[in-house]
Design a protein around this ligand. Structure first.
Ligand code: ATP
Ligand code: MG
Length: 286
């Protein structure tokens, strides 16, 4: 029987789309019916299990799944036998402490002797310990932000991305406890055949991620600007340079990092680059 790597992803929620997209961009093709619990990729030895995100670390510890995609917050909170393999650059958020807007919060000491409602008791516990504060922890699984308003707790620790939910519940964010993004986690005891499948998949993910962070750039420039332009956009090995019919001019092709893209464009223009075209890259293999 063929070995399959079992990957657990969120059944529905904020991680689902990004997880499916990542697998699809890595070349895996599978059907994804709404109420499906699992599906097998048609062209890669992978089986995808659709689960609640909170359950994924336990399923991995129990070896029901080999690998999973969860928020780093869930990975850290659950403290299961899982190892972090790679951060994935999506579902970015933070876990923060929030208190009623009207409270006069000055430092973490404010939390001393108070009650904190959260779905992340372990993370809150270590945050309090690190700050030498003793506080009660009230674990609830959802709608944490209403806890202070109904008298269940003095403060909360929950996921924040824009802060608008906090605001509409009369709360203000006062401490960041951790930053989070989607991550791949895996059992630390992966059998060899499965490890090989995972390595293949990670190689593809790497190519997709690199491509997302880079753009292909084409431009025309006077030949005496080639050296200067090459120092700005050196590319993977070196730029490709093709002579133009126009005497003394060349077309130069390279790749440019998305992060300092605009700054580089300005430098290129200063060197005399013209007709600059920038196009997305689908996959990038070094
Ligand atoms: P499930 O039913 O699977 O338990 P859930 O309600 O616990 O789902 P979601 O709200 O879908 O979980 O969030 C899943 C993960 O997405 C969180 O653990 C966190 O890592 C991330 N996340 C949550 N809220 C945001 C946000 N506003 N912006 C970005 N990422 C977020
Ligand atoms: Mg959940």
């Amino acid at each position: 029987m063929q070995t399959l790597l079992r990957i657990a992803i969120q059944k529905s929620g904020r991680l689902q789309e990004g997880s499916l997209e990542l697998l699809r961009e890595s070349g895996l093709s599978f059907s994804n019916g709404k109420d499906q619990l699992k599906t097998q990729a048609r062209n890669f030895p992978v089986e995808v299990l659709f689960l609640r995100d909170d359950d994924i670390p336990q399923y991995i510890e129990d070896k029901v799944a080999d690998v999973g995609i969860v928020g780093e917050n869930i990975f850290v909170e659950k403290q299961k036998k899982n190892q972090l393999i790679r951060k994935l650059d999506f579902a970015k958020c933070r876990l923060s402490i929030a208190v009623p807007k009207t409270d006069d919060y000055k430092s973490v000491q404010w939390l001393q002797g108070k009650n904190i409602a959260t779905s992340y008791p372990n993370i809150v516990k270590s945050f309090l310990k690190k700050n030498n504060v003793e506080a009660g922890i009230h674990e609830i699984s959802g709608s944490v932000e209403i806890a202070p308003g109904i008298g269940l707790a003095d403060a909360i620790c929950d996921i924040v991305s824009t802060g608008s939910t906090l605001l509409s519940n009369g709360l203000k964010e006062v401490e960041t406890v951790m930053q989070s993004e989607a991550v791949i986690i895996a059992t630390p005891e992966l059998e060899r055949a499965k490890q090989e499948i995972l390595d293949k998949l990670l190689f593809r993910i790497e190519a997709v991620k690199k491509a997302k962070n880079n753009k292909y750039i084409l431009l025309n420039c006077p030949n005496d600007a080639i050296e200067g332009i090459t120092s700005v956009i050196p590319g993977m090995k070196s730029p490709t340079i093709i002579p133009l019919k126009r005497e003394g001019w060349s077309s130069l092709h390279s790749v440019v990092d998305e992060n300092d893209f605009w700054e580089k464009i300005d430098q290129l223009k200063a060197f005399g680059a013209e007709g600059i075209l920038v196009v997305p890259i689908e996959k990038m293999i070094m």
